[in-house]
Design a protein around this ligand. Structure first.
Ligand code: CU
Length: 153
């Protein structure tokens, strides 16, 4: 069966796109370790247990902090964090109600906050200053007031 020249090009292009897609997914999954969330990263949003029943910043090692946060319409708990310069903070965040977002402008921290799911992101704070963490996912009429402040000193 004869195949026209342009049809051949299209088939090769479609095959190349599929190959790139397959390679991208394979490298992400096996080389970079990106996985779908497993049950360990899940919580019951209506009945939060430790550590989310008492969200706070805690020092887990010298210069290493863990910030356990909860998000709800329209606030983060806690909404103020004071950390020393040079600290590395691992944020563990979940939502009590609806989908929110967590972003620290100027840092590589930008995750979705999904009810029942724990989102984790680690940030190093090298310089003193003040940083906001904001909800970047529209969550209702007072979405614009949903933020917290990190003071690095
Ligand atoms: Cu929001």
């Amino acid at each position: 069966m004869p195949i026209e020249r342009l049809e051949k090009y299209f088939l090769w292009a479609a095959g190349a796109v599929l190959l790139v897609f397959f390679l991208t997914v394979s490298v992400s999954a096996f080389a970079w370790g990106m996985q779908l969330p497993n049950p360990d990263g899940r919580v019951d949003p209506e009945n939060l247990t430790a550590p989310f029943d008492k969200p706070e910043l805690r020092e887990i090692a010298p210069g290493q902090y863990e910030a356990v946060l909860t998000a709800q319409t329209w606030a983060f708990l806690p909404n103020k964090l004071d950390i020393p310069v040079g600290s590395t903070v691992t944020f563990k965040i979940t939502s009590k109600d609806i989908i929110h977002g967590f972003e620290i402008p100027g840092k590589r921290a930008n995750v979705m906050i999904i009810p029942g799911q724990v989102s984790t992101v680690t940030v190093k704070f090298d310089k003193p200053g003040e940083f906001l963490y904001i909800c970047h996912e529209y969550c209702g009429i007072a979405h614009h007031v949903m933020f917290g402040k990190i003071t690095v000193a």
